[in-house]
Design a protein around this ligand. Sequence first.
Ligand code: GLN
Length: 447
Amino acid sequence: QSCLDRIEKVDSDIHSFITLDGEAALLQADQADQKRKEGDNGKLLGIPLGLKDLLCTRNLRTTCGSNILSNFIPPYDATVVESIKKEGGVILGKLTMDEFAMGSTSETCSFGVPENPWKKGYVAGGSSGGSATSVASGECFVTLGSDTGGSIRQPASLCGVVGLKPTYGRVSRYGLVAYASSLDQIGPFSRDVADSALMMNVISGYDRRDSTSVNREVPDYSQALVEGVKGLKVGVPREYFGEGLDPEVRTIVENGIRILQEQGAEIVEVSLPHTEYCIAVYYLIAPAEASSNLARYDGVAYGYREKEAETLLEMYKESRSVGFGAEVKRRILIGTYALSSGYYDAYYKKASQVRTLILGDFNRAFEQCDVLISPVVPTPAWKKGENVDDPLSLYLSDILTVSANLAGIPGMSVPGGFSSEGLPVGIQLQGPHFREDTLLRVAYNIE
Ligand code: GLN
């Protein structure tokens, strides 16, 4: 009830929620209370939380931030939602996001744009904007988001909360509305590192319904927090501190490095030489996969259908023209072009080859260190509306986050400090595949 009161008080300004389900949440809370009395010790028993609106929830509208799915009510729960329910979590509702998770500010959402809780008029980041703002403004204790090229880490950084993108395959994507399937991962947002570890304990693990889910033992992430960082090797990737990095962001990250050094970590400089190609590779692969994934929204099986159309082709065309927003259409066009015959080798294939080189960079770096430390975003949050007509400069702001998705490695944002304008700045940690435990351990020693 106190979360619902808080939402009632602040959400008309913050706009974290697309769909709030207060009644159902109170019912779930009562059930949790009952279960507790019966001796149930579910990991999330009675904890109020929120979900990015691209995680399918049975009988609860799932819009993906898009008009084309404005009336879509899934008949099933995503695997992560099942896991949360099994552990007694209380689902408050569905959170704002860029349409189909395409964006870096949540401004492409068809149902209202979230506000940065630290400064009015500033972006919350994206695409999981609502997942970050609801935690930062005290509406939820924890939330889930998804990260295809930074969408958990970037809003976490801009809103001053913890955000973790797990290794590709660590968390089941079953029931996550697909953007770019080879890059998408679900992960937690929280106020502190311990809560992210707890959420990871709930959502990680093998799921036969996701063919890319990996069958590998899940460690107890909460246990990883107590180890300290003495003797750990922390790599500083030279290329992440180049031109365009805001000096205040640099200082905050350097401060994080110093904290780890003082606690006994060894700092080494490393190089990720293909970093300069990450944006180009990402913005070919992600739209290519998106154009293919979004072909399913044709007005036939579900979603918006244009009723006036006279022929089948007209119906497809009109439904998609009206249902999708401008950024989604742009990505579909770029992706379709990159995949078209005659261009496939020059664009998609080439990008896939360079993607392997980027993975090689990380593999070599992790021979020299246990974890990489860097900024998450080159700048603190910027003013709303500033980049809406300039997609290219918005794409460029993803430069420090997209490579983790291309390589499939885990990445995390932990609050590092504040800019002189009072805006939060996160510190990014990246680790080898399946070493979320190391990231959490290091983050715990920074926060
Ligand atoms: N900003 C990136 C994009 O627009 C990343 C989005 C994401 O991680 N979902 O594609």
